[in-house]
Design a protein around this ligand. Structure first.
Ligand code: MSP
Length: 503
């Protein structure tokens, strides 16, 4: 069985979950669910990044211990992912013992292999980024990302010999494997490597909120070098090497473009330094923007996922996130965009198709769903939808996959509009039309499962099928003709009631 190990970035606990975080997690969730439909053995990891100066200061401001602060905010992330029906198999916190041990083991290896050395470091530091910059990086003396003043820091540090990996990283990035997608981000990482790599300061003595350096306990590892290792921790790097070896080659990291440098340059080099030569695949998204600005804690535009769930339900929100934003480029987020998408695709198209078909089956076929016909035009339209959706999910393009799926729904609504089964007399003609529509509903329920698993399962149940669409296996289950006919079809409340913004 193929393996698929999917990871989200681990979220800083100085911030509460916002829509930007939800976007990253929902995308990873949907792609993981797609791989489960393919029958892959999936392991889906998310978690929280809890060390570093940023967290230490946030705790000080709140007048509590860092661990207390981390535990509280980490719980908010876990609750949000539960609310959004995220199907993660594990949730890692970097303050866990399993993680401390893995960090120490991996970096000790890099040290033993001669890739870590001690020296004094001095330079501008941005606390929100948790990163040192050079004077050249700064924009009018400010952090290039946060546009806020930096602090001058002087520290005795251990350094990681990043410069030793230029050739290996270039080879990896230029290789045949799509190591980083979309390609623009791979070129960006390549540009960073080709621009020349300087060694990195990877430890701190100025703070103690971190993982101690095993060979010199006055130091803790700088938060990024601790954080990246979470991906290895969770699959047994420290305590179950066989498990690690099984999963590691199937690693897919999902991340935002702001952390490409860490995942596409530093992390692969750390792995190589520790003797891990198989490097992960990266899937990089742009930012969700509100009024042209990245949605974030410091922006005034922060929106909590729970507020949108109140208006659109979990699945309305999930669907709109996946469908409205093409994975890769920056994308404008708007409330009106969700309303429009929800009403058009979920209320008017999917929801309407489910109710319409069930109502006509109840009137014309005594509530018993007929079987589809083999030569229906819809059969070839369904085949195209499957082919396109499958290619798009494999290529991490949820918006394209859902567009292909919803095209099939629209085509089926048009088919009903043209054939008007509600005007037909009971008999073989109406049976054929409704059987075909039911077969589309069966296929669509499977294809929509990564985005809207609960509504898809409900549609599946209403047309009389047993089990759930999530239990089906692709590609076989998408083949035309799977709806057996003779099943009791249920009418019910609208799956997605039309949303009317309150005045
Ligand atoms: N803790 C680090 C990641 C360590 S991974 C080993 C971090 N955390 S974060 O909470 O600041 O961001 C986590 C992810 O959320 C990043 O991939 C970031 O790009 C993403 N997003 C945060 N705001 C976002 C938007 N407005 N839009 C899309 N994604 C955004 O970085």
């Amino acid at each position: 069985m193929a393996k698929f190990y999917a990871t989200t970035p681990i979220y800083y606990v100085n911030d509460v979950p916002h829509v930007g975080h939800a976007y990253a997690t929902i995308t990873t969730d949907a792609v993981s669910r797609w791989h489960r439909l393919l029958g892959d053995d999936v392991h889906f990891l998310t978690g929280t990044d809890e060390h570093g100066l940023k967290i230490q200061r946030a705790a000080e401001e709140a007048g509590i211990e860092p661990i207390e602060h981390a535990t509280k905010t980490s719980a908010r992330f876990q609750q949000t992912w539960e609310l959004l029906n995220i199907s993660n198999d594990d949730f890692i916190r970097t303050t866990e013992d399993r993680h401390r041990q893995a960090v120490q083991k991996l970096l000790q290896k890099a040290y033993d292999n001669g890739y870590i050395y001690e020296a004094t470091f001095e330079g501008p530091y941005c606390v929100p980024c948790e990163a040192y910059y050079t004077d050249d990086d700064l924009v009018e003396g400010n952090c290039p990302i946060h546009k806020r003043p930096v602090e001058h820091m002087v520290e005795d540090n251990y350094f990681f010999k990043l410069s030793a990996f230029e050739d290996q990283l270039t080879e990896w990035l230029e290789g045949d494997d799509p190591s980083i997608s979309p390609t623009g981000y791979r070129n960006e990482a390549l540009g960073i490597v080709k621009g020349g790599l300087r060694d990195l300061s990877i430890t701190r003595t100025s703070i103690d909120w971190g993982v101690p350096v095993p060979w010199d306990t006055d130091h803790v590892f700088y938060v990024w070098y601790d954080a990246l290792i979470n991906y290895a921790t969770a699959i047994g790097y420290h305590d179950d090497p066989d498990r690690f070896d099984e999963w590691w080659p199937a690693t897919h990291h999902f991340l935002g473009k702001d952390i490409l440098r860490f995942h596409g340059v530093y992390w692969p080099a750390m792995l190589l330094a520790a003797g891990i030569t198989q490097l992960p695949q990266l899937h990089v998204s742009g930012f969700l923007l509100v009024g042209g600005e990245k949605m974030s804690k410091t922006g005034l535009n922060k929106i909590e996922p729970s507020e949108l769930v109140e208006d659109f339900g979990v699945e309305g929100f999930r669907y709109a996130m996946l469908r409205n934003h093409s994975f890769g480029p920056d994308s404008d987020f708007s409330y009106e965009g969700i309303v429009e998408r929800y009403n058009t695709d979920l209320a008017n198209n999917f929801g309407n198709l489910v109710s319409r078909v069930a109502t006509v089956v109840s009137k014309k076929c005594d509530g018993i769903g007929p079987a589809p016909t083999p030569d229906a035009t819809l059969a070839s339209q369904a085949e195209v939808a499957y082919r396109e959706a499958s290619k798009a999910w494999d290529g991490v393009q949820p918006s394209v996959a859902l567009e292909a799926t919803w095209r099939l729904i629209r085509e089926t609504n048009e088919y009903l509009q043209e054939t008007e089964p509600w005007k037909m007399d009971p008999g073989p003609e109406v049976d054929a039309v409704l059987g075909n529509a039911l077969e589309v509903l069966r296929i669509v329920s499977i294809l929509a499962t990564p985005a809207i698993p609960t509504a898809a399962a409900e549609a599946w149940r209403r047309i009389g099928l047993s089990g759930t669409p999530a239990d089906q296996r692709l590609p076989e289950a998408a083949a035309w003709g799977g709806y057996p006919g003779g099943l009791a079809v249920e009418t019910g409340d609208p799956l997605f009631p039309r949303f009317k913004p309150s005045a």
